[in-house]
Write a protein that binds this ligand. Structure first.
Ligand code: DGL
Length: 293
């Protein structure tokens, strides 16, 4: 191994999403694995994945992952996006050699935890319609009543308005979904899109104390730990101490060739990205150019 070649364990863990949804997942992993370095890439160029065709989502996530793999040489990647995971996890694994950890709706834990056998899944339109989700329901919740609700409006709200919104607005945006789950007498709601974690308290309040809200953070963090150990890629404290570290966790967003983060349209957005990054303990590091395919 040459001097410029980093030790495999020193390479970062890459998190991918269409936007800011995956940040709570990264934050859970960073707390669990304090010796690791993290890169977060938000594919803002192709947001929202949930309103796109499967082919568009596949193309977008493959392109974003390709640029990130070339630029950061990650040792493992977490696809912190249910939509991209249900549509394109197989394609990512075929195309790139590193291990991928997917994030998919926590249907199995919901079926195990539900007392009444009445489960709600809140996800993007793409995920709600996808065969993968139907397969999860058939496999793990065959004896449950499952109501899947598409919440694309909540995704866009989180991505575009979260930091400028009032508490009232944040409460209002989850009302319709909460009403449908309450009317259907659901007792366990799965957050099947990572963006919803940013409004999980508002949703829990709207649902009331008798409805449990669950997500897949703990399972994904466990799976990431297992993969790091399986591949011998976990970094020990001694390895961290030996080398001087740059930022421990950095956030990038995709931008097109010719785009620049100083351009007018991006300047306002980057202020929000700075805020999101800071809230989750990351440094916002700007744009990563991704060629349109
Ligand atoms: N955060 C993504 C998910 O978990 C999708 C949001 C979007 O781009 O529509 O499904």
């Amino acid at each position: 191994m040459g001097d410029s070649e980093p030790h495999p364990e020193d390479r970062p863990v890459l998190f991918l999403d269409s936007g800011v949804g995956g940040l709570p997942y990264l934050s859970a992993a960073a707390a669990e694995f304090p010796n690791e370095r993290f890169i977060y890439l938000a594919d803002r160029l192709n947001f929202p994945y949930g309103e796109r065709t499967p082919e568009e989502v596949r193309r977008a996530i493959l392109a974003a992952a390709g640029e990130a793999v070339a630029a950061f040489r990650p040792k493992v990647s977490v696809v912190a996006c249910n939509t991209a995971s249900v549509v394109a996890l197989d394609a990512l694994r075929e195309q790139y050699v590193l291990p991928f950890v997917g994030v998919v709706p926590a249907v199995k834990p919901a079926a195990e935890q539900s007392r009444s056998g009445r489960i709600g899944v809140l996800a993007t339109a793409r995920t709600v319609e996808d065969r993968y989700l139907l397969g999860l329901i058939e496999r793990f919740a065959a004896d449950c009543y499952v109501l899947s609700v598409a919440g694309g409006d909540i995704v866009t709200f989180v991505e575009r308005r979260f930091f400028v919104s009032h508490a009232d607005e944040r409460r209002a945006v989850v009302q319709e979904a909460a009403r449908r789950f309450c009317e259907a007498r659901i007792d366990t709601v799965v957050l099947g899109c990572t963006h919803f974690l940013h409004v999980e308290h508002e949703l829990a309040d709207a649902l009331g104390p008798d409805i449990r809200v669950i997500d897949s953070r703990a399972g994904v963090t466990r799976r990431l730990g297992a993969v790091l150990h399986e591949y011998g890629l976990a970094r020990t404290p001694a390895q961290v101490d030996k080398r001087s570290e740059r930022a421990r966790a950095s956030m990038y967003v995709t931008c097109a060739s010719g785009d620049s983060l100083e351009a007018d349209s991006l300047e306002a957005e980057s202020e929000d990205y700075h805020r999101f990054a800071k809230q989750f303990g990351l440094t916002f590091s700007g744009g990563l150019r991704v060629e349109a395919r």
